[in-house]
Design a protein around this ligand. Structure first.
Ligand code: IMP
Length: 194
């Protein structure tokens, strides 16, 4: 007894990354191409949970949504939950400008995946990758902040490393992997009880 899991996102890049990660673990993700209603909150977890539940109830489907943030230590965690707004407004250039002359360029990406069912069940899973912010945008691949984020133990940005490498180490990979482990185990338990 399995139900399809739909990833509610308008971001094609995110869907493709998540699809590739989950298909290797035996879960075929479907794409529900919608724009989420995002509540205003300082907590990614709250935002993801509320959107997943709202969409699951509205559509009657099993839903995952994912919310990300880039947290820059020298800026006390900014842009964090506001990463999307900051990207659309001041962009990579603006973020680099805020870091002009700043030596400590430590940052991390955090991903929260929320899984929800129409009956009101909801659970979240997290993933994080540490790294630093580059001095200038580098690389052509990926999306969003990929050209300025250098993951720990590499000297290239996500955009230079490309999707294959990014997908083996990213915040998204870790969060979706945690979801997949739980999901596969919970399906087994349900099947056993039938
Ligand atoms: P949201 O969760 O879709 O709101 O994403 C927040 C912001 O982070 C957006 O501007 C995305 O472009 C950016 N973002 C999310 N995931 C990644 C990633 O894997 N690499 C680079 N930027 C990302």
């Amino acid at each position: 007894m399995s139900m399809d899991v739909y990833f509610a996102t308008s971001n094609r890049n995110k869907f493709l990354e998540a699809y590739e990660i989950l298909s290797k673990l035996g879960i075929i993700l479907k794409w529900l191409r919608i724009t989420k209603v995002e509540i205003q909150s300082d907590l990614l977890d709250e935002i993801a949970k509320k959107s997943a539940l709202e969409i699951a109830k509205r559509t009657g489907k099993h839903i995952v949504v994912e919310d990300d943030g880039l947290f820059i230590e020298a800026l006390n965690g900014f842009p964090g939950p506001y990463s999307s707004f900051v990207y659309r407004t001041i962009g990579l250039k603006g973020v680099l400008k805020l870091l002009e002359g700043v030596e400590d360029r430590v940052a991390y990406f955090k991903s929260v995946v929320a899984y929800a069912e129409p009956n009101g069940f909801v659970k979240t899973f997290e993933g994080r990758i540490d790294g630093t912010i580059s001095l200038e945008p580098r690389g052509e691949e990926g999306f969003g902040y990929d050209p300025i984020f250098i993951p720990e133990s590499y000297n290239k940005t996500f955009a230079e490393l490309g999707l294959k490498i990014k997908n083996t180490i990213s915040h998204r990979r870790r969060a979706f992997e945690n979801f997949a482990k739980w999901y596969i185990e919970s399906r087994r338990t349900i099947q056993k009880s039938f």
